[in-house]
Design a protein around this ligand. Structure first.
Ligand SMILES: Cc1cc2nc3c(=O)[nH]c(=O)nc-3n(C[C@H](O)[C@H](O)[C@H](O)COP(=O)(O)OP(=O)(O)OC[C@H]3O[C@@H](n4cnc5c(N)ncnc54)[C@H](O)[C@@H]3O)c2cc1C
Length: 382
């Protein structure tokens, strides 16, 4: 057993931490308030090698290991969940999926563009009537000479309005449920891929671009089918297996910033003639936060290590996501309380962290769904 990061992993952590603190964190409040995604950071992340961290340099990637990518997600999560969420979708859900399932021609054409940030990716799975129950999706695809034709609607699509390349899922035979689902690499400029912003205002991730997508007689060339007809469900779930690890790491980052902010505040805020950090109840809250973060971080790093070893990681990533997001929800609640009235205002970052963390508990499979995945593995499938 070895709990030490390698020199390479430490170097990546250092670069990611510096970028997160110097360039990402300073803009987080402003972009949260304006609702505009900080697009200038995309190419910077491309230059730093974050956008295709674990992908081979043959396709413009950085040849990093999974623990390194997990460290990047953790540091970005500390700074701004909208930016970390961008990376999870662009890199884990889209690029890694093309890397794992794409043909040589698909990989050579799309991966370098995604790696540099020249093109942005989105992942179009969720529909208004099919969220957790992916197999019930209503979007359809029919085969025509030389092409597949897609129709349907998707919503909550992160990067949907700014993306150039979408991984889009549709069913060729709805009666077959998950066996009928197909995955496609779609260029969003093609006629029939239409987007508009989601209605309402999001609780958190307010600078993320969330779109409602309509597929309207969208013609996709045959060579843009990803995997085989009917493999889409498997492809989509394998992408989530990658993505959930990044979400779990992002939750650890959020909780770490909750702890850092709470410690700063507890050291300086005085009431009843002493620092609030000298009250035992405040100390208990900080000790619990610290212990919980440590436990979650170990689960996340273990899942990343297993992924790097090529071991099956579905249960490990679900466990890490479940524990880390639930833990960070609790940490954010405690951090707001510890800041008193100030925690209730956007003047202090814990207010945004409290709103953002709720999203991590829902997307890429809610906590309920993670419990189902874990329980199925523990008890065995019926
Ligand atoms: C910020 C954000 C970004 C997102 N980005 C993307 C994206 O880029 N691409 C994309 O495709 N989707 C995206 N989503 C959608 C997200 O993946 C879905 O919202 C999520 O999967 C839940 O689906 P739903 O909203 O339809 O809820 P539902 O599936 O309708 O669930 C409603 C409630 O029922 C519970 N539930 C459902 N089934 C069960 C069950 N079997 N047992 C127990 N409880 C159950 C759920 O946990 C939840 O509490 C995003 C969502 C958010 C909030």
């Amino acid at each position: 057993m070895n709990f030490q990061l390698t020199p390479n992993q430490l170097a990546v952590q250092q670069i990611a931490r510096q970028f997160a603190r110097d360039e990402v964190a300073p803009q987080a409040r402003q972009s949260d308030e304006s609702g505009d995604f900080p697009l200038h950071l995309v190419k910077r992340m491309g230059k730093l090698g974050f956008l295709a961290a674990t992908i081979s340099s043959a396709y413009g990637g950085s040849d990093m290991d999974y623990p390194s990518f997990t460290l990047i997600s953790e540091e970005l999560g500390w700074a701004d969940s909208s930016v970390r969420g961008f990376l999870a979708v662009h890199a884990s859900l889209v690029s890694l999926c093309i890397n794992d399932w794409g043909t040589e021609a698909q990989k050579s054409k799309y991966l370098p563009l995604l790696a540099s940030g020249e093109k942005i990716g989105c992942y179009c799975l969720t529909e208004p009537e099919a969220g957790s129950d992916v197999a019930s999706m209503k979007s359809t695809v029919r085969e025509e000479e030389g092409a597949f034709v897609l129709n349907g609607t998707k919503h909550w699509i992160t990067n949907g309005g700014i993306a150039d390349i979408g991984l889009v899922f549709a069913s060729i035979d709805r009666e077959q449920r998950h066996r009928g689902i197909c995955a496609f690499i779609v260029e969003t400029g093609w006629p029939g891929f239409e987007t508009r912003p989601m209605g309402g205002q999001e609780l958190g991730h307010r600078s993320s671009d969330h779109a409602f997508v309509t597929l309207n007689e969208l013609r996709v060339p045959k060579e843009n089918l990803l995997g085989e007809v009917g493999q889409g469900f498997k492809i989509g779930m394998s992408a989530l297996d990658h993505g959930r690890l990044g979400v779990a790491a992002g939750a650890v980052g959020i909780a770490q910033q909750c702890l850092d902010a709470s410690v700063d505040f507890a050291r300086t805020r005085e009431q009843f003639g002493q620092r609030i950090g000298d009250f035992q109840m405040i100390q208990a809250a900080i000790a619990d936060m610290s212990a919980d973060i440590e436990a979650a971080r170990l689960l996340v790093y273990k899942a990343a290590w297993m992924k790097e070893k090529g071991l099956p990681t579905t249960r490990a990533t679900s466990t890490a996501k479940l524990f880390a997001t639930e833990m960070a929800c609790k940490a954010a609640g405690e951090a707001v309380l510890l800041h008193g009235g100030r925690g209730y205002s956007s003047e202090y970052p814990v207010e945004r962290l409290y709103r953002d963390i709720k999203g991590l508990q829902i997307y890429e499979g809610s906590s309920h769904i993670q419990r189902i995945v874990i329980a199925r593995d523990v008890i065995g499938k019926p």
